[in-house]
Design a protein around this ligand. Sequence first.
Ligand SMILES: [Zn+2]
Length: 48
Amino acid sequence: MILNREWHEKNRMPKNPTLQQKIEWHREHAKNCKCRSIPAKLLEKIKN
Ligand SMILES: [Zn+2]
């Protein structure tokens, strides 16, 4: 498990994120950190 702590400190998920915010957060997250993968449901929405 690789956690990019620095990135997480700078990129906190908003408390009540919109779908768009979640997608953007996970896209950036995937580029910068590997601690968790994008949920399948969200991944479907990114592709569409
Ligand atoms: Zn992470």
